[in-house]
Design a protein around this ligand. Structure first.
Ligand code: GRF
Length: 189
């Protein structure tokens, strides 16, 4: 049995897609914990509904970033994950966490990196008039939306397509491919 910890700060649709895919396929992967920095995140409702243990490290309750990240580091180590999965985690991991878990932390980004790193990537690709965009799953390194690319899936932006439609399709790609990449990394093909 392999184990993972998922970090998320917001909606949590990727978190839910991962949990559901693992369960429906009976993959020997245990989602040991969801950790969030945001006590108001909808992902917590999903975790409760799916009966996944969760830990809230309310960023605002810590005196500073170092104190928060020190606690996060402790909680990550305590869960002894084979893989740490970022799924809409909105904070930058400090170097000491990246270093300790080198090549054991992955992230998903809703654009074809290295294009459009950072926030609002789908919108920015759309506004730039990209004919092709997509998703990137990559190892996390010390920089933002950087690190070795594991998988990319691209899609054409349709003629006259609305941003909402593109967003929907990008998220569908994320929900389909993130679980598959996780499975491949942990269990092989
Ligand atoms: C996804 O689009 C992901 O690529 C990005 O943050 C978003 C998280 O969405 N890193 P959700 O919280 O999983 O619904």
């Amino acid at each position: 049995m392999k184990s993972v910890v998922i970090l998320a700060s917001g909606n949590g649709s990727n978190f839910e897609a991962i949990v559901r895919k693992i369960r429906s396929n009976n993959w020997p992967i245990e989602v040991r914990a969801l950790i969030t920095d945001n006590p108001g995140a909808y992902v917590l409702i999903r975790a409760q509904r799916l009966k996944i243990p969760y830990e809230v490290l309310d960023f605002k309750s810590f005196p500073n970033k170092v104190a928060y990240n020190t606690m996060l580091f402790e909680r990550l180590k305590a869960n002894t994950p084979d893989l740490i999965i970022l799924a809409g985690y909105m904070r930058i991991l400090p170097d000491f966490i990246v270093e300790h878990f080198r090549n054991k932390i992955i992230n998903i980004h809703p654009a074809l990196l290295p294009a459009f790193p950072g926030v609002r990537a789908i919108e920015r690709a759309y506004e730039a008039g990209c004919k092709v965009t997509g998703i990137t799953i990559h190892y996390v390194d010390e920089r933002v939306d950087s690190g070795p690319i594991i998988e990319q899936v691209c899609t054409k932006v349709r003629k006259g397509e609305s941003l909402e439609s593109l967003e929907k399709r990008i998220h569908r790609l994320e929900h389909k491919f993130y679980p598959l990449v996780i499975k491949k990394l942990l269990l092989g093909d």
